[in-house]
Design a protein around this ligand. Structure first.
Ligand SMILES: [Zn+2]
Length: 106
């Protein structure tokens, strides 16, 4: 869901909730690793796996918007190899894969 979608759903029960409340909460949740921001579609999903020192791999369906989260820890060494070449210091990793989920592709 986008921040706006979350806000309008919350406002159905709590009309006084303001956008900064939603943005601050989403920011805290993503900082804590309890939610992920999908950069490519500016939306948020709850984190469904534990991935300390890992890489969340998020498969996003372009048709229905479903998001599957996978543990990408197996590819972390490869990513680190790539960024180490330029002495880049990675703060976080996230891999987004766009396509069709199994249900939409069927
Ligand atoms: Zn789908």
């Amino acid at each position: 869901m986008t921040a706006y979608q979350i806000l309008s759903r919350l406002q159905a029960d709590e009309p006084d909730i303001a956008p900064p409340t939603v943005y601050r909460t989403l920011s805290a949740l993503t900082d804590q690793g309890r939610a992920h921001r999908l950069e490519s579609i500016k939306a948020f999903v709850p984190c469904r796996c534990s991935h300390q020192d890992s890489v969340p791999v998020l498969a996003i369906c372009d048709d229905c918007g479903a998001v599957d989260e996978h543990d990408g820890s197996a590819i972390l060494p490869e990513l680190t190899n790539l960024t180490d070449r330029n002495d880049f210091r990675a703060a976080r990793h996230i891999v987004e894969i766009r396509g069709q989920c199994g249900r939409c592709a069927a």
